[in-house]
Design a protein around this ligand. Structure first.
Ligand code: G3P
Ligand code: MG
Length: 240
């Protein structure tokens, strides 16, 4: 089994549903609830700055409009990425990965950096995210191409292949990418599959688990970590 220095609970998008996702403020909220690890989504601006955003466009989580891939970071960082969630977060911005790294270091927070490329930018996103990632971080992606580029750029940083539906060839894919872990939608997992994945020497991170009973069941099956929006009811010491 691969070395796995990560806690069993990971706060989704920084602060789950309690803060505007993928912002420094969300990381602070995750820390305030006692969490030791966060997940967030990283992509490239038009001028190749690695920054945090989940969607391909900025509309849902900011006061701007349009595709992130055609905006410079100067444009992106001028947008309000907090008011959509609550007026008290009006100062929140889409942070750079560099800023996020500094905040994680300051808070002693571990990170699962999900490489979430804008369409057509898979390879360069994998490369540039991995170049800025730090030892101790866990890289993951739904994009095989992005994770492959990350492996080539920073082979010593841990990787986990991320699946909405675990494909039949998960063994070959995770082996080719020398993954330490397989990350899956928890609804796609069952006891037998968990056993097979663990039997292959991989760790498992399940997302997005918001029901405590489900979290307990997954842990009972052998899932190593869950990523949750309910950072209030599934605390850092939930499995302690
Ligand atoms: O990395 C786990 C999870 O964040 C994947 O789904 O859409 O929330 O990025 P999504
Ligand atoms: Mg994500």
């Amino acid at each position: 089994m691969k070395t796995w220095p990560y806690p069993a609970v990971v706060a989704h998008r920084g602060g789950g549903k309690l803060a505007p996702e993928n912002t420094l403020e969300a990381i602070d909220v995750g820390a305030r609830f006692g969490h030791k690890m966060i997940e967030f989504d990283a992509k490239l601006s038009a001028d190749n700055v690695v920054f945090l955003l989940h969607d391909d466009n900025v509309d849902r989580t900011s006061n701007g409009h349009g595709a992130a891939k055609s905006m410079s970071y100067a444009q992106l960082s001028s947008l309000d990425a907090g008011s959509w969630f609550g007026q008290e977060f009006a100062d929140a911005r889409m942070p750079t990965l560099t800023q996020v790294h500094a905040r994680c270091d300051a808070l002693g927070m571990m990170a699962n950096i999900e490489i979430k490329p804008c369409p057509g930018r898979e390879k360069e996103t994998g490369t540039l995210v991995a170049r800025e990632a730090w030892s101790g971080a866990l890289l993951s992606s739904f994009s095989y191409e992005a994770l492959e580029a990350a492996r080539d750029e920073a082979p010593t940083i841990n990787r986990g292949m991320l699946y909405e539906h675990v494909p039949d060839d998960w063994r070959a894919q995770t082996a080719a990418l020398s993954c330490v872990s397989l990350h899956a939608d928890h609804r796609d997992l069952n006891e037998r599959l968990v056993k097979e994945i663990k039997g292959a020497g991989l760790r498992i991170l399940a997302y997005t688990v918001n029901e405590p009973e489900r979290a307990q069941l997954l842990a009972q099956w052998g899932v190593d970590a869950i990523c949750t929006d309910r950072i209030d009811i599934i605390g850092a010491d939930f499995f302690a």
